[in-house]
Ligand binder design. Structure first.
Ligand SMILES: C[S@@+](CC[C@H](N)C(=O)[O-])C[C@H]1O[C@@H](n2cnc3c(N)ncnc32)[C@H](O)[C@@H]1O
Length: 433
């Protein structure tokens, strides 16, 4: 049987298995979506995102309902039941349809010997209703280590962070300031019948009341706007850009902040955008092309400056380091399954290494903006504190900002269910000799 004939739930179970085995949704979902007709794709996407979002809660329920775990070769059926439980608990779909179609998907996965088990588990789940969550991992649907780390790091806010991570993120736009003012674009959206409002902190940001496909946004293909969270947009307010500056975006792909930088100051001397990922770097060029912007792209490890740097120091450096992405879990719920506690210390070492290397190629009098989409202090203000301890000439600039919290060495935004993602920024300046 060709892949195309597989029912949607069977495809969703395969995607969940791939995530459990370490692939991100952005890697394994697109090929899965392509196996379905266009009108069925949003539902598959919602199934996979929703099952990841509620994985730790659903997993607790399912394990409680199984007498013993399924054998490894049957693991895909475990995920099939998680997908069905997600629908049972969180969707409006009729129970009989969920049951029938899940049993049919079980057959399509070539596991006819498990249809009785699937049917029995789901019937019991329907009859008995959702169990009380056994612990905070199940209650907030996050891995135990994340709950504990957040509780430890944010004793006043951890529950609010966990709840925000489970909420649907708004769709936020960045108006291309070289083309339209924010008010002009708000006018175009109104004419198009799209409800929207200005973001509170980012000067070119617009938040939509409801998400829409980008091709419905006026002049999207012509570069009028980009989709970018409000917190990510704030980088340009910190860079203090001026005409003639040479700017480095050291970890640039897919180029959201590269483009925001170019849009916010039209006469920069040059923007150099580096990314070590050959797979991700072309996305920067695609974004530049759509927005009709220019940057010098290089595929390199930014820290290996001997391999790519021409010797001319930068006036401004944006260092948007690789991180746990714990501030954007609501947009990437697969992070709950993919990230390990043991990832954080090696990430912190990479972050500090990148900061050291970038400092060396910043002009005296220049400014470096350090950014993460993390809410773990270990990747954020503690990196800046460690850096400032060893680089005693670095000047820590306290940005004049209405947003986030002053952490003593940078500002932290926690994810807000009504607006921005979780993010961290610190601004450092190098003294003139
Ligand atoms: C947080 S993402 C950047 C997002 C991007 N700044 C934007 O706003 O669209 C981090 C990026 O760093 C890249 N990266 C990781 N380690 C790197 C290194 N040593 N040198 C250059 N790029 C690196 C990753 O490939 C990834 O694309």
């Amino acid at each position: 049987m060709g892949d195309r004939q597989q029912p949607m739930r069977a495809i969703a179970a395969g995607v969940m298995l791939a995530v459990e085995n370490g692939q991100s949704l952005s890697q394994c979902l697109p090929p899965a979506l392509n196996r379905l007709p266009a009108n069925e794709r949003p539902e598959l996407q919602a199934l996979c995102y929703g099952t990841c979002r509620w994985f730790h809660r659903l997993e607790g329920e399912l394990n409680g309902r199984l007498k013993k775990p399924l054998r490894k070769p049957d693991r895909v059926v475990h995920h099939l039941m998680l997908v069905a439980l997600f629908q049972l608990r969180f969707s409006q779909q009729a129970t009989y349809a969920i049951l029938n179609e899940t049993v049919e998907a079980c057959r399509a996965l070539d596991k006819p010997h498990l249809t009785g088990l699937v049917n029995g588990v789901l019937r019991a789940a329907e009859r008995e209703g959702a169990p009380e969550p056994a612990d905070d991992s199940a209650r907030f649907s996050h891995p135990v280590w994340m709950v504990e780390k957040l509780r430890h790091n944010w004793p006043e806010d951890w529950q609010q962070i966990l709840n925000a991570n489970n909420a649907q993120a708004p769709m936020t736009l960045r108006v291309n300031a070289l083309r339209f003012s924010r008010d002009e674009y708000l006018g175009l959206l109104k004419e198009a019948g799209i409800e929207a409002s200005p973001t509170r902190f980012a000067p070119h940001g617009i938040q939509l009341a409801h998400p829409v496909p980008v091709d419905q946004l006026p002049w999207f293909a012509d570069g009028a706007v980009s989709v970018q969270d409000e917190a990510a947009q704030l980088c340009t307010t910190l860079l203090d850009l001026a005409p003639g500056q040479r700017v480095l975006d050291a970890c640039a792909a897919p180029g959201g902040k590269t483009c925001a930088t170019l849009e916010s100051c039209g006469e920069l001397a040059e923007v150099v955008a580096i990314d070590e990922s050959a797979e991700r770097l072309p996305r920067v060029q695609e974004n530049l092309d759509r927005l009709d912007l220019d940057a010098t792209l290089k595929q390199a490890d930014a820290a290996a400056t001997d391999q790519w740097w021409d010797g001319e120091a930068f006036d401004r450096i944006l260092l948007d380091v690789p991180c746990s992405a714990s501030g954007v879990i609501r947009r990437h719920p697969d992070i709950k399954l993919l990230r390990r506690e043991s990832d954080i210390t090696p990430l912190a070492a990479i972050q500090l290494g990148l900061l050291d290397a970038m400092w060396a190629i910043l002009k005296p009098g220049g400014r470096l903006v350090y950014a993460t989409c993390s809410v773990f202090p270990q990747e954020n203000h503690r990196i800046i504190q460690r850096f400032c301890k060893q680089q005693t000439d670095a000047i820590l600039v306290e940005p004049e900002a209405q947003w986030g919290r002053d952490m003593g060495a940078g500002r932290q935004l926690l994810p807000d269910p009504d607006s921005h993602d979780g993010f961290f920024y610190a601004v450092l300046e190098k003294p003139e000799p």
